[in-house]
Design a protein around this ligand. Structure first.
Ligand SMILES: CC(C)(COP(=O)(O)OP(=O)(O)OC[C@H]1O[C@@H](n2cnc3c(N)ncnc32)[C@H](O)[C@@H]1OP(=O)(O)O)[C@@H](O)C(=O)NCCC(=O)NCCS
Length: 146
């Protein structure tokens, strides 16, 4: 298995990403265009490929100074426990020197513990308006449909 870790978004097939996330039960409802916009608007991203197959994703939201948030950490089921997510995190985290990195997880706390993350008592959340109903004006021109 030769996994390639892509650090830019050149040539990413967003339809294929949507499809494999859906088949792997890690689809949170974003359209391919919304997937593209959310990755393009991230501070940094990592997409793992086995040949033409997308087998992992991870991305960072950050202000570049003090606060970062990790999202979309996923490894295709058949490729789990081979170090792919660890490698993606080890590529992303060193670029966040000096920052407080936060994340939320339902099922993968032990994975993050192995990377040195510690639990905080509780997080809080609120969806503003309706989930994935975005103001098109918030998406940078040139991102969608590029
Ligand atoms: C969590 C997830 C990303 C881990 O991906 P992965 O590629 O299998 O992880 P790795 O192989 O890099 O594992 C790194 C380490 O964490 C451990 N680990 C991975 N998943 C684990 C789990 N679910 N429970 C406990 N330990 C886990 C591995 O054994 C490994 O330990 P080691 O370094 O001591 O050998 C993957 O299981 C996944 O995509 N889950 C569904 C999506 C999800 O829940 N993502 C997190 C959203 S917050």
């Amino acid at each position: 298995m030769s996994i390639v870790y892509q650090r830019d978004l050149a040539g990413v097939d967003w339809e294929a990403m949507k499809s494999i996330l859906s088949r792997d039960a890690f689809d949170n409802g974003r359209t391919p265009a919304q997937l593209e916009a959310s990755f393009a608007n991230s501070f940094s991203t990592c997409i793992a490929h086995d040949g033409t197959q997308i087998v992992g994703t991870a991305r960072v939201l950050s202000d570049g100074v003090c606060n970062a948030y990790i999202v979309d950490v996923w490894t295709l089921s058949a490729y789990r426990r081979r170090g792919i997510a660890r490698t993606m995190m080890e590529l992303l985290l060193p670029e966040l020197q000096g920052q407080h990195v936060y994340l939320f997880t339902d099922h993968a706390a032990d994975f993050y513990r192995k990377l040195g993350f510690v639990e905080r008592p509780f997080g809080m959340e609120k969806v503003i308006g309706n989930w994935l109903q975005n103001d098109p004006g918030l998406v940078p021109v040139g991102v969608i449909g590029r």
